[in-house]
Design a protein around this ligand. Structure first.
Ligand SMILES: [Zn+2]
Length: 482
């Protein structure tokens, strides 16, 4: 057990108001972290005793807030695409370049591991304490999670089909159900191993990879398995126009209506990303039921604005989903893994789509990035600063110039300073990130390994791409090379 930490006289704290079921500001607070929990939280008392062995932190220039909950990420595959995917899209597929890149680019295990280390470090730097890691498992996957000190839900992906492309306007589904079943069994074993970790910080999440790549039988089994094992459930759904069209072709209905019909939606279901619902302007299906169905079933949407905004597509829109009763949570999906910047972008995009300043605001996106995600994971002790909650806490530097003046520190953090003002990140009472670097996770070699793995990935694209292009031909660099 780490030593107790007493944050004394914090200038600002974001505390949980249980009666209002929401966050509130409090000033001049003492916060004691002990035994992995928030042991006490009260107005500053200069005469309060300091527990023996406690580290005392002067809070007079700090904001204390709950750690952020990132409910949708791909840390092992995202960073190899840095400098590759940002300007890439396929117009014939409603801009998404996902299918083309997934076919052409394959990252090896060295690259996955190095990318994962850097992605975790980036998440911590932006105040994340809980992560849903959706990946193809590889040997060191759980080891890196354990080293990081983060609270992680390991989601080993499984699927019956993979996508293939022969031309820009086509995607074909290549089915191999035996392989899918093997992956599902392997995923169960990996989740079990995570849950047996002595740290108590690793968990499992049942993750059939995409609604269109897993057959009905295995989707039903996956949902049943989640229910029986008490694990949350997640899948990609309504994430691409191509997918929605294919699901309508197969079932005569939208992926979300089909998912509801086969029992995939529930209070522990996280939908990544539920953007292309029936009434979305890129879909224009004749019903307007999808958002309501998600809400009725108590499912959560993992909102990840950046990767879709890169294609020019947006959730329509954060405020509408909330108003219809959908529990919203946040993910970073691909790189950048900066959840604070995702909150900012979510506000701006919602207002742009809705042409309404009330479509999203600081308080509503912060709720989603904390309590919203924690609720979806079935963890009411996360994403909140309250007595008895997990000691997952972020200390924000109010003395940072971009936090000045600290009239409203959450707004300053979301719209101005972002990760630059994150001073220290604590998970279960243990410091995992301080003064710009992870305290436990080794990232020293990661950048070099990742660069080499990315170079191999780009070179080998020639043998995978449907036109035989190299990675540099598919995704040229931003400026001509002299
Ligand atoms: Zn995703």
């Amino acid at each position: 057990m780490p030593a107790p930490i007493l944050i004394r006289d914090a200038a600002w704290a974001v505390v949980w108001d249980a009666s209002a079921r929401g966050h509130a500001y409090a000033r001049g607070m003492d916060v004691l972290l002990e035994g992995g929990r928030v042991a006490a939280i009260a107005r500053h008392d200069p005469d309060a005793p300091v527990p023996p062995g406690a580290e005392v932190v002067d809070g007079r220039r700090l904001m204390v807030m709950p750690g952020l909950v990132n409910i949708h990420t791909h840390p092992t595959s995202a960073l190899p695409a840095r400098g590759v995917r940002e300007d890439h899209g396929v117009p014939e597929q409603q801009m998404t370049g996902l299918f083309e890149r997934l076919q052409a680019f394959r990252i090896d295990q060295a690259g996955q591991a190095a990318g994962m280390r850097l992605a975790y470090a980036e998440m911590m730097s932006a105040g994340v304490t809980s992560v849903v890691d959706l990946s193809q498992p590889f040997p060191d996957w759980l080891g890196i999670m354990r080293d990081s000190g983060l609270r992680v839900w390991a989601g080993p992906g499984f699927a019956d089909a993979h996508w293939g492309m022969a031309a820009p306007q086509t995607v074909t589904w290549m089915w191999n159900r035996e392989n899918g079943r093997t992956q599902f069994e392997a995923a169960k074993a990996v989740m079990k191993e995570a849950e047996a970790d002595p740290s108590g910080r690793l968990h499992g999440i049942v993750f059939p990879a995409q609604i269109d790549t897993v057959d009905e039988e295995m989707l039903r089994e996956a949902a049943a398995h989640a229910g029986e094992s008490g694990r949350p459930f997640t899948t990609h759904i309504a994430q691409a126009v191509v997918e929605v069209r294919e699901m309508i072709r197969r079932h005569g209905t939208t992926p979300i209506q089909w998912a509801a019909a086969i029992g995939l939606l529930g209070p522990r279901s996280i939908l990544g990303h539920a953007i292309f619902v029936d009434e979305h302007s890129s879909i224009g299906w004749h019903t307007a039921r999808d958002i309501g169905l998600v809400a009725e079933h108590g499912a959560t949407v993992a909102h990840c604005p950046t990767p879709f905004a890169l294609y020019g597509e947006h959730l329509q829109h954060f405020g509408k989903y909330r108003a219809r009763g959908v529990n919203m949570g946040f993910g970073t999906d691909c790189a950048p893994h900066n959840l604070i910047e995702e909150m900012r972008l979510a506000v701006i995009l919602a207002r742009g789509v809705a042409r309404d300043v009330a479509a999203a605001d600081t308080g509503s996106v912060f709720h989603a990035a904390t309590a919203g995600g924690a609720d979806a994971l079935g963890r009411p002790d996360l994403g909140r600063l309250a007595k008895g909650a997990a000691a997952d806490v972020v200390l924000v530097d109010l003395a940072h110039p971009l936090m000045s003046p600290p009239r409203d520190p959450l707004r300053a953090l979301l719209f101005h300073a972002a990760d630059r003002a994150v001073k220290r990140v604590i998970v279960g009472g243990e410091t995992v990130f301080a003064d710009g670097r992870p305290t436990r996770l080794d990232v020293a070699e990661a950048a070099g390994i990742l660069a080499e793995a990315q170079a191999r990935m780009l070179r080998d694209a020639k043998g995978r791409d449907y036109r035989g292009r190299s990675g540099d031909e598919i995704c040229p660099v931003a400026l001509p090379m002299q």
